[in-house]
Design a protein around this ligand. Structure first.
Ligand code: ATP
Length: 300
């Protein structure tokens, strides 16, 4: 089968998916060229799983068009060019992992070599084990192996590390990045900010079915605007904090002042020298994806 390098991996135009009154996806437009890892990042109920279903042709949009690898999702899937790892999925309990992966690879026209699949999914030590005795994290690694078995051009992962411990996660992301580095496209849905930050080349922040931000992790962080200076204000008056140099916004909650600033050093110096406030528990933080994420997905 021909691959058409000029086709984007994904192209969504005005895509909506409504369930009755619920607008799970509400006008999503985006294009992604082939290659690299894309995170679909959003809070619970943002529309991530619905978007994944639309990309895989498991659901049809209420409005708009979805193109995957230059064709419809159904065509791309039928050509064996899409691999998916969904949140659940029964593994055949009586087969060994080696048999199961071997069987699934046999279904594809140009599968990855078995040894490469086992390497990517870190399953070398589990080849002779039966699926029925596996832990949740091990079963997820097997699902990952099955998803990459056919060497798909697009790999879609819905919250792939849900059941994994820290070490399994680390190895899993190593495998995912190795897969994406070969010019293939990986899209993963997550609500773990650090996973998107550390493993994606591009982050699509989705909230209430819409695209709230789209960029590299660094670009998304920059949208939150600089750094955060926090300190315990107690009962002291907050007047004048918004006039301190560098400060772009002030929020006081539970006696704690949160100053967003373009220049933390200047703001902090002015706070001590230019005010009569007693400043306790001063902290400077920021440049975190979490700040950007909260700012972008906050209910308006
Ligand atoms: N089949 C369905 N019928 C009715 N409502 C649905 C259906 N599927 C999803 N929804 C609703 O659409 C919205 C988006 O759901 P979706 O599962 O896509 O979000 P998500 O971002 O994947 O969330 P989570 O992180 O919790 O998995 C939610 O309000 C959900 O309740």
């Amino acid at each position: 089968m021909e691959t058409i390098p000029s086709s984007p991996a994904l192209a969504l135009t005005g895509v909506a998916k409504h369930f009755g009154d619920v607008r799970a996806v509400d006008g999503l437009s985006l294009t992604a060229a082939a290659g690299g890892a894309i995170a679909l990042l959003g809070p619970n109920g943002a529309g991530k799983s619905t978007t994944v279903s639309l990309l895989l042709g498991l659901a049809r949009p209420t409005a708009g068009t979805v193109r995957v690898l230059g064709g419809t999702p159904e065509q791309a899937v039928a050509q064996g060019r899409v691999g998916a790892m969904l949140q659940q999925g029964e593994l055949m309990p009586e087969l060994t992992i080696g048999e199961l992966v071997g069987f699934v690879r046999g279904l594809y026209p140009r599968p990855l070599p078995l040894s490469e699949i086992l390497d990517l999914a870190d399953l070398g030590s589990l080849v002779k084990r039966r699926a029925k005795g596996l832990s949740g994290g091990q079963a997820q690694r097997v699902r990952f192996a099955l998803a990459v078995a056919g060497a798909p051009d697009l790999l879609v992962l819905d919250e792939p590390t849900a059941a994994m411990d820290v070490e399994s996660r680390r190895r899993f992301w190593d495998g995912m990045r190795a897969y994406a580095a070969g010019g293939r496209t990986v899209l993963f849905a997550t609500h773990y900010l650090e996973e998107a930050d550390q493993n994606a080349d591009r982050v699509l922040v989705i909230a209430r079915g819409r695209l709230a931000a789209d960029g590299t992790p660094a670009e998304i962080k920059a949208t939150a605007g600089g750094r955060l200076v926090t300190f315990r204000l107690g009962d002291q008056p907050a007047a004048g904090l918004d006039a301190l140099p560098g400060v772009t916004s002030v929020e006081i909650r539970d006696g704690v002042a949160r100053l967003r600033t373009d220049d933390a050093a200047l703001t902090t110096a002015a706070l001590y020298r230019g005010t009569t406030l007693e400043v306790h528990d001063l902290e400077v933080s920021g440049g975190h994806l979490e700040d950007a994420f909260l700012a972008l997905t906050r209910e308006s």
